[in-house]
Write a protein that binds this ligand. Structure first.
Ligand code: ADP
Ligand code: MG
Length: 693
């Protein structure tokens, strides 16, 4: 136990280290800067940088890096050593405040969607002091934001910080009206991460896994998840060893890894951390994904973070548990235990409901990737239609509020907002609807549509901004009100009535829901190419501009990047599919057919009729022809890729022509897999991959 406590955060320049190593004044000033989200002054930066360097050097560190998150979903680092030349051919180790606070980076090889013309190929990185510096692989990592010289955001962190600021500003305005003395509101996130572990030797034999992270071929094994024996079942020794080491590595980095368990599919697992403020949760989730991959290799395993590594088997997502907390220690989505707190809770709840209904399209956009297209709406993940689940009790309260307004609104005016004290809501699994994309779970909302491999940044940028926008409207109304209570009551009731359509407590997997949602007018954006264009709808451009989260230029660049990224991912899959079908699968099937043909002749020579052999040969030959034709068609559509100037046109081509052509190749190949002898098949099958850890 003592060891664990010592281990935790041992590689983090956290508050405790700062307190120990910084002069009292500097520590206090830095602490205040971080708490208020303000920039650091240069003298302070020098002192902090020097203390950070000494601390790191004592731990054997020689290099530092500005660790940032460009718009390709991963993290980037460029290592610089601390050395500075000194007279006499010697060196000293130095790290200045300037180097801590501000870095330069050649931005030209990161996606920018036209934001950065080639003549200004450099971008700069700036320390985000809300996220602690840490040591990873012997390098001091400074979490930073990444911008162009024009100040445009080139990363996932800058808009996140801006959206947190927007939410803070509006939430504090609302709290003031309730007489609260909170001066800062911060969104909090706990992302639950799903993943698969498979044997490395088997992984290495599959080009699709190597190049695309998912299998492009393969039939479901005879046993899948139907017996429900994997979920929270006993953890196998090799997986257990992996989890133990992963936990330790994460703890060293101050990541609050809390729960590790098996998931529904064979070889699938989940890790949940304890929640943190959004920037930290985002950084930590990136680190978690990175370490999952690294630690797996040390155990002869490969960690797959793809949203759908195996067709027909449960996919992997990320549950984004989200709430808001005040610097006075309150969770704004925790139902209070006195009338005023209950009213306040209901107002924030109503704000989230309205935000999600007004901007369901944007939330959907943040989950739209080539990988997640295989998962959303596949009957095991939330549907592509965004709706909200409130649970029985909260729905009953909402219903009674709406009913009261209709029947005796006049008499209710004084009773706060119609409910005196709210009951505590159950937080256990009994009152859960697993099919809902956006569920209230006791004291937070859980958005379940995120893909396993994506950064949680985009989703939280949108969540923070859309809730900020509604809180701004609420604050505008309430600040002007003659009677706070009356206006509050009607604001809540009217808003709930208007947005009631987003609440759905039924089965989100059922086909009836698709029809019902259409009747309610909820957007249904089934795939990436239908979702992404919504990002640049005028209403969304205006929304982000209003809260200084994205300029129109930044938003359009992100739109372009996402479209290009989508098209590239599908194209890599198509090329890999073609290569495997043409050079591995078809040759194997031809070989098997040839063997059969020889056998047929041998049997005939022996004076017998090769009934089974001849029929099988016919089947194989026919199917080989189908596969051959499908390969031909795939090659044709791949050639027609990236022919347009328009990123949308190129993405549409991948969606409309390339994916169907790939599916046809796969169908033919999977069909052959069921007929061709196992030892002829050129790579490990689903059974091999899923049951060999
Ligand atoms: P489960 O969803 O598996 O039942 P929990 O409800 O305990 O698990 O928590 C799921 C995740 O939600 C955890 O990461 C937890 O830290 C996070 N969480 C709990 N409270 C909050 C909050 N106020 N804000 C954000 N995330 C939270
Ligand atoms: Mg959960």
């Amino acid at each position: 136990m003592a060891r664990m406590e010592e281990l935790f955060g041992s590689n983090v320049f956290n508050d405790e280290v700062m307190q120990r190593r910084l002069p009292r004044d500097t520590y206090k000033a830095l602490h205040k800067t971080i708490a208020d989200g303000r920039p650091l002054n240069p003298q302070m930066a020098n002192i902090v940088a020097n203390a950070m360097k000494d601390w790191a050097v004592e731990k054997g560190v020689t290099h530092y890096t500005h660790w940032f998150q460009p718009m390709n979903g991963v993290t980037a680092e460029k290592h610089d050593s601390f050395i500075t030349p000194r007279e006499g051919g010697k060196i000293i180790l130095e790290f200045s405040g300037k180097e801590l606070v501000h870095g330069e980076s050649d931005a030209s090889s990161f996606p920018s969607g036209g934001l950065r013309a080639t003549f200004e190929a450099r971008g700069y990185t700036a320390w985000d002091p809300t996220s602690y510096a840490f040591i990873k692989d012997g390098v001091l990592c400074i979490p930073t934001a990444f911008c162009s010289y024009g100040g445009e955001a080139l990363d996932a962190k800058t808009p996140l910080l801006r959206s947190m600021e927007a939410l803070n500003k509006q939430a504090v305005r609302v709290l003031k009206l309730f007489g609260r003395d909170a001066t800062r509101v911060t969104p909090t996130v706990g992302p639950e991460q799903e993943y698969f572990l498979i044997d490395r030797k088997l992984f290495d034999q599959r080009k699709d896994l190597i190049f695309t992270g998912r299998t492009l071929f393969g039939n479901k094994p005879p046993k899948g998840q139907e017996l429900d024996d994997h979920y929270s079942g006993a953890i196998k020794p090799r997986v257990k060893a992996f989890m133990t080491e992963l936990d330790e590595e994460l703890w060293k980095l101050g990541v609050l890894a809390k729960t590790e368990h098996n998931e529904v599919a064979p070889a699938q697992h989940e890790l949940a951390p304890i929640y943190a403020i959004t920037t930290v949760a985002t950084d930590h989730n990136q680190l978690t994904m990175e370490l999952m991959k690294k630690v797996a290799l040390r155990h002869g395993l490969v960690c797959l973070l793809h949203e759908k590594p195996f067709a027909g088997v449960n996919g992997s997502g990320k549950h984004n548990n989200w709430s808001m907390s005040t610097n006075t220690g309150y969770n704004l989505l925790e139902p209070g235990d006195d009338p005023a707190s209950s009213a306040q809770f209901l107002l924030f709840l109503t704000a989230v409901i309205k935000a999600v209904d007004d901007h369901a399209d944007l939330l959907r956009v943040t989950t739209a990737t080539a990988g997640n297209d295989h998962r959303l709406g596949a009957g095991e993940a939330p549907p592509a239609i965004i709706s909200m689940f409130l649970g029985d009790e909260l729905t009953a309260i909402v219903d009674s509020l709406l009913a009261d307004q209709e029947y005796h609104s006049a008499q209710k005016q004084d009773l706060e907002i119609g409910v005196s004290v709210l009951p505590k809501f159950p937080k256990d699994n009994t009152d859960r609807n697993r099919t809902s994309p956006f569920a209230f779970t006791g004291n937070k909302f859980e958005f379940r549509s995120l893909g396993a491999s994506a950064s949680i940044s985009d989703t939280n940028v949108v969540l923070n901004t859309i809730v900020a926008d509604v809180l701004m409207q609420f604050a505008d109304t309430l600040e002007k009100a003659d009677s706070f209570k009356t206006t509050l009551h009607s604001l809540i009731v009217e808003t709930l009535r208007k947005h009631y359509r987003i609440i759905f407590n039924g089965n989100g997997y059922s086909p009836e829901w698709v029809e019902e949602a259409a009747r309610r007018g909820l957007p249904n954006l089934p795939n990436t190419v239908s979702a992404l264009p919504r990002l640049v709808d005028q209403k969304n451009i205006d929304l982000f501009a209003r809260h200084n989260v994205f300029t129109e230029k930044e938003l359009r660049s992100r739109y372009e990047i996402n479209l290009e990224y989508y098209a590239k991912v599908v194209n890599i899959e198509a090329e890999t599919c073609l290569m495997m079908a043409e050079r591995q699968i078809l040759p194997a099937c031809i070989k098997y057919g040839g063997e059969l043909a020889r056998t047929v002749n041998d049997i005939r020579t022996a004076g017998l009729e090769p009934i089974a052999e001849a029929r099988l040969l016919t089947k194989i030959t026919e199917r080989n022809a189908t596969l051959y034709a499908a390969i031909h068609q795939l090659r044709k559509v791949i050639r027609a890729s990236f022919q347009s100037e328009s990123a949308l046109e190129n993405a549409l081509h991948e969606n409309n022509a390339v994916i169907p052509a790939m599916n046809a190749v796969r169908a033919a190949a999977d069909d052959l897999e069921t007929l061709v002898g196992k030892e002829y098949w050129p790579f490990p099958t689903y059974e091999d991959l899923l049951f060999n850890v």
